[in-house]
Design a binder for this molecule. Structure first.
Ligand SMILES: *Cc1c(COP(=O)(O)O)cnc(C)c1O
Length: 358
């Protein structure tokens, strides 16, 4: 069977490594392992703009190939692992990192092992990991304990760690900031993002800082990161042994990129704050009513922006971007719990019309 020539169709987005190649640590010798990640929609929110008096945009990173921003970093981490002749990769995960690592490792032909906190991973995330043939081990402990084991493994055995402590993950994830500036034709004034292990806020700051240094943008945005109130070690100023929140992707008690996140917030004159699970769920439902299905953790950025507004810390007229970090389909618990169950009807249009009030 003959293989058709390589290369994308003329208008196809080529993935973050090819789109931003000159800004990433790759060379001609780097085999690019891509699923076409990035290039995600930047959607204007009219209701949130009206409510806040700002120009509010939502960066829908749930539209990445495995349903979260993790793909932006994973394409580079896996490409570099292949370049460095790794045979296996390992990560700890609350679910999205493992789904992403499993997919990119499968594409590269690498063995993938994932360590997840026992009983704490949403079913869809588990499915998205297992379907690609990754070895999933449930650690008797939380995410922080799982990450310690993964780090130890990578230190002592021939296996590459692909958590966000891998510098290539952050390099890849900075492309979200590039895309936002490229789409708006400027940097936003305010950038809001959920904070878990604190890698993503750090990478966004890297991206804005590079554009600033190269005079692509005259000013960077203020960065505001939001932790869940029951898992807010940075806000509290100390690690939390038993973090609790329904937003499982940010249920992290001792963030690996703690100092970088604090530096990003202070250098940009932003802040790290926290929002309650109630605020997160309210924002989650609001986004759903606008047609955007996210997972609960992703709604922390919008919950946080609304908190800034309520506190009088969001001056009218600003351009605001809230990052929606992951798709809702992998964690449907709160979507179903909050909705009325479907009504059973006979296969008859008149009865259906009556039920619908038509
Ligand atoms: C990983 C993740 C986060 C947290 O990002 P960090 O880089 O760990 O701060 C937030 N939301 C979703 C959906 C995630 O998958």
């Amino acid at each position: 069977m003959s293989v058709p020539p390589r290369g994308a169709a003329p208008h196809q987005w080529r993935g973050v490594v090819e789109e931003y190649r000159e800004r990433l640590p790759v060379s001609d010798a780097t085999p690019v392992i891509s699923l076409g990640e990035g290039g995600t929609p930047l959607v204007r929110s009219d209701p949130l703009s009206v409510e806040t008096g700002c120009d509010v945009w939502l960066k829908y990173d749930g539209a990445n190939p495995t349903g979260s921003f993790k793909d932006r970093g994973m394409t580079l981490a896996i490409s570099k692992a292949v370049e460095e002749r790794a045979k296996a990769v390992v990560c700890a995960s609350t679910g999205n990192t493992s789904a992403s690592a499993a997919a990119y490792a499968a594409r590269a032909g690498l063995t993938c092992a994932v360590l997840v906190p026992k009983g704490k991973v949403a079913l869809g995330k588990m499915a998205a990991t297992l379907v690609h043939g990754a070895r999933m081990l449930e650690v008797d402990g939380n995410f922080d304990a799982s990450l310690n084991v993964a780090r130890d493994l990578a230190d002592r055995f021939r296996v590459t760690l692909v958590n966000s402590v891998n510098p290539f993950r952050l390099e890849g994830q900075k492309t979200a900031a590039f895309e936002i500036c490229d789409a708006l034709g400027r940097a936003p004034d305010i950038h809001c993002v959920p904070v878990g292990n604190a890698g993503n806020i750090s990478s966004h700051w890297m991206g804005y800082s590079e554009y600033l240094i190269d005079s692509v943008i005259p000013e960077p945005p203020q960065l505001f990161g939001f932790q869940a109130a029951g898992a807010a070690p940075i806000v509290k100023g100390e690690p939390i042994a038993d973090p609790q929140t329904i937003a499982t992707a940010i249920r992290i008690g001792n963030p690996a990129s703690w100092e970088k996140a604090v530096a990003a917030a202070s250098a940009s004159e932003g802040a790290i704050g926290s929002v309650t699970d109630r605020q997160i769920l309210a924002a989650y439902r609001r986004l759903a009513r606008e047609g955007l299905f996210v997972e609960p953790a992703s709604a922390a950025s919008v919950a946080g922006m609304l908190q800034l507004h309520a506190d009088g810390r969001l001056p009218a007229g600003r351009t605001v971007v809230c990052v929606l970090t992951g798709h809702g389909l992998k964690d449907t618990e709160w979507a179903i719990a909050g909705a009325a169950p479907p009504v059973t009807v006979p296969a008859d249009a008149d009865t259906v019309a009556a039920e619908l009030g038509l």
